[in-house]
Write a protein that binds this ligand. Structure first.
Ligand code: TYM
Length: 352
């Protein structure tokens, strides 16, 4: 088990079905790198209480939890180096969330952009859990006194909120919580393939994302139909040959790269061998890049990158006992830390 002297990382994902490459490149890959750096004491959660804030089928939940644990392990999380846990296995997450609810000003939650987006698209079930979602997230982080939270860009407002809550608690009761900081990767916000103005997300539909479990044929198909330039910039794509390099270069140096193209380059930078990204970026700047080359290079790089992860997944898929054992160990480790924090918290808020 990890030592307790190092800075503590807590991060988590919702068990809502298969992960997409945005979850992986925006967060999970970074978790593996941070774990392997040896510089942190890491806890990674499977946040099932959070997954109850949107419509879900209770029969799917156990499978989604196991699947997410398999995704974590296949991507390279190692239970000998990191703790992997299920949020509901340590009920103190919700106890602390309640105490935080009582020091959270309503306007702080009303301004959360993810709540506004989700409640707009979830009109049939705009529940209180969805509203106070960031409070539970603050409890997840602070229960373990984590100071570092590696997430994608869409979660930065929530991490900032947990800083506010830590500060409020420390000022009101006693200084016991650190103020956690966000850690972002280069691909902290991958866009949808089919509509690059939007964040890559499963809820948009199949053609918008690459699932970690997609086959090579599916990956090729999705990348080849990814939107690069739209509207007037489409002309850049067609005329971006050596006939007009000056104009092409000028437009691009001015930062006119479309979101769709940037999205493909962002992925390429992380999954391709050293040098490939630079080579294609140089061509882009000269105006000689063919988007079909960019797409086929990227598709191959993603396929190669995901291959060992998919192979590991196949090995683990049927080993449910091993997964259950890892999650029990994770719960035991986390329970000890949670007990300690909650004893302090209960004492300071006057309920023990
Ligand atoms: P969730 O399950 O929505 O997403 C998991 C992680 O994936 C990142 N992510 C992305 N990164 C880049 N590009 C994208 N298109 C993209 N889509 C998703 C998310 O930023 C996230 O890091 N609230 C959290 C779960 C949570 C949590 C926590 C995280 C609960 N408690 C405590 C950190 C600490 C969430 O819903 O993530």
């Amino acid at each position: 088990m990890p030592s307790t002297q190092k800075n503590r990382i807590f991060s988590a994902m919702q068990p809502t079905g298969s992960l997409h490459i945005g979850n992986y490149l925006g967060a999970l890959k970074n978790w593996v790198d941070l774990q392997n750096s040896g510089g942190y004491n890491c806890i990674f959660g499977i946040v099932d209480y959070h997954a109850m804030t949107i419509d879900y089928d209770p029969r799917d939940m156990p499978k989604h939890i196991t699947d997410l644990a398999i995704d974590y392990l296949s991507a390279g999380l190692d239970p000998d180096k990191s703790t992997i846990m299920v949020q509901s296995h340590v009920p103190e997450h919700t106890e602390l969330a309640w105490i935080f609810n009582c020091i959270t000003p309503m306007p702080e939650l009303e301004r959360m952009t993810q709540y506004k987006d989700k409640s707009r698209s979830n009109k049939t079930n705009p529940n209180v859990g969805l509203f106070s979602y960031p409070v539970l997230m603050a409890a997840d982080i602070l229960l373990y006194k984590a100071d570092t939270v590696p997430v994608g860009e869409d979660q930065t407002q929530h991490v900032e909120f947990s800083r506010i809550i830590a500060r409020k608690f420390n000022n009101r009761f006693a200084k016991i919580f650190p103020e956690p900081r966000t850690l972002l990767t280069k691909s902290a916000r991958l866009s949808s393939l089919a509509d690059p103005a939007k964040k890559m997300s499963k809820s948009l539909g199949e053609k918008h994302y690459i699932a970690l479990t997609d086959t090579p044929a599916e990956i090729k198909k999705k990348i080849s139909s990814a939107v690069t330039d739209t509207g007037p910039s489409k002309r850049v794509e067609l005329s971006s040959t050596s006939e007009d390099p000056e104009r092409g270069a000028k437009r691009r140096v001015e930062g006119k790269m479309s979101r769709g193209t940037k999205n493909l380059f962002d992925m390429l930078e992380v999954v391709s061998p050293l040098g490939t990204h630079k080579e294609l970026m140089d061509e882009y700047k000269k105006g000689t890049l063919k988007y079909s080359d960019l797409k086929s290079t990227l598709a191959d790089a993603i396929i190669n990158h995901l291959k060992p992860i998919q192979e590991k997944r196949k090995e683990l898929e049927h080993d449910h006992d091993k997964i259950a054992q890892i999650l029990i160990q994770g719960a035991e480790h986390c329970q000890k830390i949670a007990d300690k924090t909650m004893e302090e918290v209960r004492n300071k808020v006057g309920i023990r």
